[in-house]
Ligand binder design. Structure first.
Ligand code: SF4
Length: 337
């Protein structure tokens, strides 16, 4: 199939034109920075620590004039990011201990994670990789031979996860070439894409993407990252429809975040909306203690309480697994309740 350059242009332009100035974000949403916790100084201090980045389709889902909007709070820099909080560190999952090659993280027996891109289309303030050294770890084409060699040395690996950053921030031509190389290894059967890009720029799901994702012999699974039902807008629903028509399996993972989704009723609404659109709830992650984001933290006791309430609302198949990731465990650990 010949790539549709208009479609490519569309998502690339949306990324290029994403808001990078927190004051411009406030202006557009008719919010006075003085009304935010920490005021203008806090906004600027947070932005210095981790740059603001929000694409327009995500802003379009926010409510004007509401400084407590749950989508806005995920991306708005705040002075609280400057706080030093005990136990909150730059690499909470110690991923650098599982990084045998640039671009590859190998923690679990049967799968490896490739950091295909250091870029994201949005900077989520709570991101556990907000301090990750992407410059050393982006997966350029020149690193692929070493990756293929590593996989051959580890035949128990049958699944590759494209992560990042956001893997879909990478041009399709490069992703297609990497997938073509990976599928030459008979040991591999699945390719998983962990991405937030279709949520924040739904036009990323275009024919160029679908072309390579449907022509590989690997079974493609997409794990979206949607934290709140308000993130499911009409453009995302159309993108999800295209993914379903392409037989791509769709799951969602999200993070339990203070003041954003730490209520069973919100999580239940999210699961119902996901299911309506053909996406299965997968993981609800307990918050990873990353430096600069302690104001998003929900403690394990509260997490268990919310989860117990969620279990009482939803049928079991709509309840995501509540898990915590520990640096030294062979898998994600369910939080008991
Ligand atoms: S899109 Fe994912 S990797 Fe990127 S900043 Fe948000 S949570 Fe982190």
């Amino acid at each position: 199939m010949i790539p549709n350059t208009t479609e490519t242009h569309h998502w690339v332009e949306r990324l290029k034109n994403a808001i990078r100035d927190p004051l411009a974000l406030c202006r557009q949403l008719e919010i006075n920075p003085a009304d935010l916790p920490g005021g203008l100084a806090g906004l600027e201090a947070g932005h210095k620590l981790f740059k603001t980045l929000v694409p327009q389709p995500f802003i379009d889902l926010m409510q004007k004039g509401n400084p407590h909007d749950p989508l806005l709070l995920q991306v708005l820099p705040l002075g609280a990011e400057s706080l030093t909080t005990q136990g909150f560190v730059t690499d909470p999952l110690q991923e650098q201990d599982y990084n045998p090659l640039p671009g590859l993280i190998h923690k679990y027996k049967s799968r490896v994670l490739l950091t295909t891109s250091g870029a994201c289309a949005i900077n989520c303030r709570y991101c556990f990789r907000r301090h990750f050294p992407y410059a050393d770890n982006s997966l350029s084409t020149s690193k692929m031979p070493a990756i293929l060699n590593y996989l051959q040395q580890h035949p128990s690996v049958n699944e590759v996860i494209f992560s990042g950053g956001d893997p879909l921030a990478t041009p399709d031509s490069r992703l297609a070439a990497q997938v073509q190389q990976l599928e030459t290894l008979p040991q591999l059967s699945r390719l998983r894409l962990h991405t937030r890009l279709p949520v924040v720029i739904p036009s990323r799901i275009n024919s160029e993407f679908l072309n390579w994702a449907t022509s590989t012999r690997l079974k493609v699974i997409m794990v979206l990252h949607i934290n709140h039902p308000q993130e499911i807008g009409s453009e995302l629903i159309q993108a999800v429809q295209r993914l379903k028509e392409a037989n791509i399996l769709l799951y969602n993972q999200n993070v339990l975040l203070h003041n954003i989704n730490n209520q069973a009723s919100i999580l239940a609404e999210l699961s119902e909306a996901l299911f309506t659109h053909g996406i299965m709830p997968y993981y609800l992650h307990a918050f990873d203690p990353v430096a600069g984001a302690s104001h998003f933290s929900v403690d394990d006791q509260q997490a268990r309480q919310i989860y117990a309430e969620l279990l009482a609302i939803l049928p079991g198949f709509l309840v995501p697994k509540l898990v915590r990731e520990y640096p030294d465990k062979p898998a994600k650990t369910p939080l008991g309740w």
